[in-house]
Design a protein around this ligand. Structure first.
Ligand code: CDP
Ligand code: MG
Length: 145
């Protein structure tokens, strides 16, 4: 049985700067995912550090945090069948050199840092990240899927 779930997607600063917000949102909507939360914001450093907490201590941690805070991001909550796994598949591999053509990163990304999008990795990450970036009251139907 396909299950309806919610996932957190970010359009990173390079995606916003390059005018790819519409293209990214179009792809997810065309695939059947429903927007249940959407905002443009300058991300607070504390939010981004928490968002990438699993990477704390890795060589790229400081850089990726600084990058995400450097310019506005678009924050999306998407809902649909197997949204977490399917949205990640639509993004492609983290390093655009490995991302298949037809994926967002495979079609648009220029480097591993400037790789256009973020998507929650699994159910626990999605719950945590949705709570970090959105107030439940700002999402369609609040916190319920
Ligand atoms: O975003 P994704 O879940 O595919 O990858 P990750 O391994 O969770 O890493 C988070 C983000 O850190 C990536 O999307 C890259 O932008 C960045 N990163 C990097 O700059 N250099 C690396 N060696 C690995 C990741
Ligand atoms: Mg990740």
């Amino acid at each position: 049985m396909p299950k309806s779930e919610r996932t957190l997607v970010l359009v990173k600063p390079d995606g916003v700067q390059r005018g790819l917000v519409g293209e990214v949102v179009r792809r997810f909507e065309a695939r059947g995912f429903r927007i249940v939360g959407l905002k443009l914001m300058r991300a607070p450093k504390a939010t981004v550090e928490e968002h990438y907490a699993e990477h704390r201590g890795k060589p790229f941690f400081e850089g990726v945090v600084e990058y995400l805070c450097s310019d506005p991001v678009v924050v999306l909550a998407l809902q649909g069948h197997n949204a977490i796994r399917a949205c990640r598949a639509m993004m492609g591999a983290t390093d655009p050199a490995d991302a298949a053509p037809g994926t967002i990163r495979g079609d648009f990304a220029t480097s591993i840092e400037a790789n256009i999008v973020h998507g929650s990795a699994d159910t626990d990450a999605a719950r945590r990240e949705l709570g970090l970036w959105f107030n439940a009251s700002d999402l369609v139907n609040g916190g319920s899927v």
